[in-house]
Each structure stands twice: as structure tokens, then as C-alpha cells.
Write a protein that binds this ligand. Structure first.
Ligand SMILES: *[C@@H]1O[C@H](CO)[C@@H](O)[C@H](O)[C@H]1NC(C)=O
Ligand SMILES: *[C@@H]1O[C@H](CO)[C@@H](O)[C@H](O)[C@H]1NC(C)=O
Ligand SMILES: *[C@@H]1O[C@H](CO)[C@@H](O)[C@H](O)[C@H]1NC(C)=O
Length: 499
């Protein structure tokens, strides 16, 4: 009797393990958290609907040094600076995520729209004076020298502004791209707001075009070496034109894209380089038309640069299967490339399942692009050799000591006393877990051998950024539909500690 019972139990156990093995992730849960993360990065006056409740108002005097209201926007990463260039890319990617996959977002679409509007509201302020664009708020050396909660900040909140004599075409054109893309999102939600965004996009784009130059040298010690424009500003001018063409249908912008397409033979995509994104975006407009060249062949080249089996791939893969590019914060490349693979795959499917040819390989069908993106998503969510989810608060095993000032220190609600610039060092160096869960934050991720050190002092691996998460909002919306009942056996098991 006892033996029989045992064997039955064993069978059940084996069955469970099989389910666990084949079960996919709870993409819906990851998706909700991926958006929630943006609430943790909010600067300014928080609304009563704020769900990341350990955060409070901060930086309420931003812009007072230049007489402009610059309250709001997003802190970029684990520090408390508002860098417009990556923030604008983040905003563009949130908008693109909603444009492509908004209909799959369900009740969380409202939160995605709020996350987007938090960015666009700020950019309306940052571009409110014609002929000027705010490139950054917060003195980087002052900020980086301190480990302080945003709510306690007493470092210089210097505003760095580009203008007609000290221009910044990359930051201005990326802001224009974000406003144009967002105007399309808000068209069906709030027409007046949408028109306002589009009108501002055209104005800021004109400034970027007319006064060409890089903000590298225009804002002194501001952006370099943090977010230098390494890649030049031609790509942002083309990217801005492509989004404005999509938003307005004006051939003025289309002609600019076509006349400058010789600059687009490149596979990069991220806050600095927009090339692959432009090729995929434009391919969506011209696939199976006589205007397809060279955008579609360049987009194909991008695909061939990331597929693991491609003879022309330029990325490497870790033994556990994660895409790699040199430099820190590797997951930024993974989320951005996965987004482009999914978007391009859907464009290819619409074009009668067009295939991609990589060297002499067998033709690649659009479904293969989805499989590769899914492998990257699953890796990030915990299907990897050390079984670590790289999204905070998703799964059971996730980073607890992320490089993030606010998250690592007690909330001002539990510890209202001011913590000074160097008073925070204690928390930075602490061996203990962070106090507050920055739910949904995706960190820089493991090394190219699948190893991860959960350590605050290791920002290339442990720091989250807004532009890692932004493309993932679209990616997870896409996979959300595959959330199955079995995947619930692998559901997150965490308590919202300190919240
Ligand atoms: C642009 O900004 C620089 C640096 O702040 C300033 O010296 C210059 O006068 C400004 N130019 C215009 C046209 O406002
Ligand atoms: C911006 O500065 C970086 C670092 O010095 C440099 O590599 C890059 O070429 C500069 N970009 C432009 C457009 O001048
Ligand atoms: C899940 O959470 C519960 C309650 O905190 C805990 O008792 C249990 O051990 C956790 N399960 C796993 C697999 O970590």
C-alpha cells in the first residue's frame, strides 16, 4: 500500500517537472511589471495614482536656473539625472511598442499610455522655448559623487540647453521622433494632445535640421562621457524624418529619408544609433513596393547580423544562448534587437510571408525571427544556466542588489530623515538586499559566460535603465498571448517587501 502510494506520488512529481520544463513564462505578469518599472523612475510631482508607492515627489525646482518649468520626466537609470537623449529614445520606443502591439496590451494599455505621457509631457516642457532644447537636467559629477534618494537631492540641478549657436541635432531630432511617434499613439485617445505633440515635433525637427551640430560640444561637461553622441547625428535626422513622414504623410520628410539612405547600411540599434530601427520602420511602409530598396535589404542584413545560425552574424551568443555585444549593459541590445525582430517579422508576414536570405543558408521564414526573440525573452526571464530572472520582481530568483539609489535606500515614508550625499554610502556598500523593490526593472545582465554577480558596485551588470525596458514593453505585449495555464506553475513567488 505504502509503496503504491509512493510510486503514485513519484509519477505526479515527474509530471510536474515535465510541465515545468516545457512551460513558458508568465509573459503577462512580466509585461505588467515591465511597465510598472517606469513609475519608479519618475521625477517630479507624483500623481495620486502612483503604484510604486515607496517613491515620492522629487526635483520640484528643476528648470528654475533657466526660468523654465522642467519638473517631470524620467531619471535615466540608477542615478538621478534626466538625460534627454536616452530619455527621448525610451519615449520613442514606448510609442512604437504601443503602435505595433497596443491592441495586445489589454487592461495594461492604460499604464503604457501613462508611461508614454510621462515622457511626452516632459518633452513639451523641454522644448517650450523655440530655438532651445533642454538636453539634460542635473550636474553629472555632482550626482554621481553622491548616493542619495531622488527625494533628498541637494546636488546641483543644472539645466543644459542647446540653442541656435550651440546646437544639438541628435538630441533635438530624437525628441522630434518621440513626439511624432507619440502623436500617432494619442490620436485615438486625445486628439488635441496628439495635435500638440505633432506640431511641436515639426518645430523641434526644423530646429535640429536648420542648426546642425552635435550636443557633445554644445553642453560642455554635461553629456560626455555619459551619453556622448558617438555615432553622429545623421541617423537621428533620418529617424526623425521617418517618424514625421509616418505621422504626417508629407513627402518633404520622405524625400529626406530617401536622399540620405546611403547612411543606413549599418545594423546597430539603441539610444545612440538608430540605423537598424530606421530600416525596419521604413520597410514596414515600403515592403512589396518599388520603393523597397535599399531599406528592405538593409533590414534583412540586420536580421542576418543577429540570427545565431547566420553566416554574417555580428553578435556573439553566450553558451546559454544570450546575444552579446561588447560594452556594458548588454540587455539593452537584446531587448532592442528582439523588438526589431518581432516588428520585422510581422511586416514580413503581411508581405505574404516574405523570407530573409542569410548567405547560403536555407531561407529564413518570419516565424524564425519570432523564435529567436522568444529565446532571448525566455533567457532574460530566467531560462538560463543560473536560473536567474534579470527582471526585478519576476520569478523567484532575481537581482536583489541592483545599482539604483532610490531602490537601495529606505523609502522616505519609512525613514523621513534626510540622508545626505555621503550618508548614502552605507547603503551603497551594504551587503544586504535593496530596501525597495524596483519591480520590473531589467538589469544590464550576465557576462558572456552566463554568470551574474548581484552587486550594487557592479553597474554594467546590475544597473537598470529606461531604454532596456522600453522595447521590452512591446516584446512582452507580443508574447503575452502565449501565457498559458501551465506557465502559472512557474509564476512569480515574491512578496512586495517594503512597499
Ligand atoms: C547658446 O548657449 C550658449 C551657452 O549657454 C550661450 O553662450 C549662447 O549665448 C547661446 N546662444 C543663443 C543664440 O542663445
Ligand atoms: C562625441 O564625443 C565622443 C567622445 O569624445 C566622440 O567619440 C564622438 O565622435 C563625438 N561625436 C560627434 C558627433 O562629434
Ligand atoms: C514562495 O513563497 C512562500 C511564502 O513566502 C514560501 O514559503 C515558499 O518557500 C516560496 N517558494 C519558493 C519555491 O521559493
Amino acid at each position: 500500500m505504502g509503496v503504491k502510494f509512493m510510486s503514485l506520488k513519484l509519477k505526479v512529481l515527474v509530471g510536474m517537472i515535465m510541465v515545468m520544463k516545457v512551460a513558458s513564462h508568465n509573459y503577462g505578469d512580466a509585461f505588467s511589471k515591465c511597465i510598472l518599472f517606469f513609475e519608479g523612475q519618475r521625477s517630479g510631482k507624483l500623481p495620486p495614482t502612483q503604484r510604486m508607492t515607496w517613491r515620492a515627489h522629487s526635483a520640484l525646482r528643476d528648470g528654475s536656473d533657466v526660468g523654465v518649468d522642467l519638473v517631470g520626466g524620467y531619471y535615466d537609470a540608477g542615478d538621478n539625472i534626466k538625460f534627454s537623449f536616452p530619455m527621448a529614445f525610451t519615449t520613442t520606443m514606448l510609442a512604437w511598442s504601443i503602435l505595433e502591439f497596443g491592441n495586445l496590451m489589454g487592461s495594461d494599455k492604460q499604464y503604457a499610455l501613462e508611461a508614454l505621457k510621462w515622457g511626452t509631457d516632459y518633452f513639451l516642457k523641454a522644448t517650450s522655448v523655440p530655438g532651445k532644447v533642454v538636453a539634460q537636467v542635473g550636474d553629472p559629477s555632482g550626482d554621481h559623487n553622491c548616493w542619495e534618494r531622488p527625494e533628498d537631492m541637494d546636488t546641483p540641478r543644472t539645466s543644459y540647453v542647446v540653442n541656435t549657436s550651440n546646437p544639438g541635432s541628435e538630441v533635438s531630432a530624437e525628441i522630434a521622433a518621440s513626439l511624432a511617434a507619440s502623436s500617432m499613439v494619442f490620436k485615438s485617445v486625445d486628439l488635441r494632445y496628439s495635435r500638440r505633440l505633432l506640431q511641436r515635433a515639426t518645430q523641434v525637427y526644423e530646429f535640429a535640421q536648420k542648426y546642425q551640430g552635435s550636443y557633445n560640444s554644445s553642453v560642455g561637461e554635461g553629456v560626455c562621457p555619459y551619453y556622448c553622441d558617438y555615432d553622429g547625428y545623421m541617423d537621428e535626422l533620418i529617424w526623425g524624418a521617418a517618424w514625421l513622414y509616418k505621422a504626417t504623410g508629407s513627402y518633404k520628410y520622405w524625400n529626406y529619408v530617401v536622399q540620405n539612405n546611403q547612411h543606413l547600411d549599418n545594423y546597430e540599434f539603441g539610444w545612440d544609433s538608430k540605423h537598424a530601427g530606421i530600416n525596419v520602420l521604413v520597410s514596414g511602409l515600403v515592403l512589396s513596393t518599388p520603393k523597397a530598396d535599399p531599406f528592405v535589404s538593409y533590414a534583412d542584413k540586420f536580421v542576418c547580423s543577429v540570427l545565431p545560425e547566420s553566416p554574417t552574424k555580428t553578435v556573439t551568443y553566450s553558451p546559454g544562448g544570450l546575444q552579446f555585444k561588447p560594452g556594458g549593459s548588454n540587455t539593452q541590445h537584446v531587448t532592442a534587437a528582439s523588438f526589431l525582430l518581432l516588428v520585422y517579422s510581422s511586416y514580413l508576414q503581411m508581405a505574404k510571408n516574405r523570407v530573409v536570405q542569410c548567405g547560403n543558408n536555407a531561407a529564413t521564414p518570419p516565424s524564425r525571427l519570432v523564435d529567436v526573440a522568444k529565446s532571448q525573452v525566455d533567457y532574460i526571464l530566467g531560462s538560463n544556466p543560473i536560473k536567474m530572472s534579470y527582471m526585478v520582481g519576476y520569478g523567484i530568483n532575481f537581482p536583489r542588489k541592483i545599482h539604483h539609489r532610490g531602490s537601495s535606500m529606505p523609502s522616505i515614508y519609512s525613514h523621513p530623515k534626510h540622508i545626505t550625499c555621503h550618508g548614502g554610502t552605507l547603503f551603497f556598500e551594504s551587503k544586504y538586499h535593496n530596501y525597495n523593490m524596483l519591480t520590473g526593472a531589467i538589469v544590464g545582465g550576465p557576462d558572456d559566460n552566463d554568470q551574474y554577480i548581484d552587486d550594487r558596485t557592479n553597474p554594467p551588470q546590475s544597473e537598470p535603465t529606461t531604454y532596456i525596458n522600453a522595447p521590452f514593453v512591446g516584446v512582452l505585449a507580443y508574447f503575452k498571448r502565449y501565457t498559458s495555464l501551465e506557465s502559472l506553475t512557474f509564476d512569480s513567488n515574491y512578496t512586495q517587501y517594503h512597499m
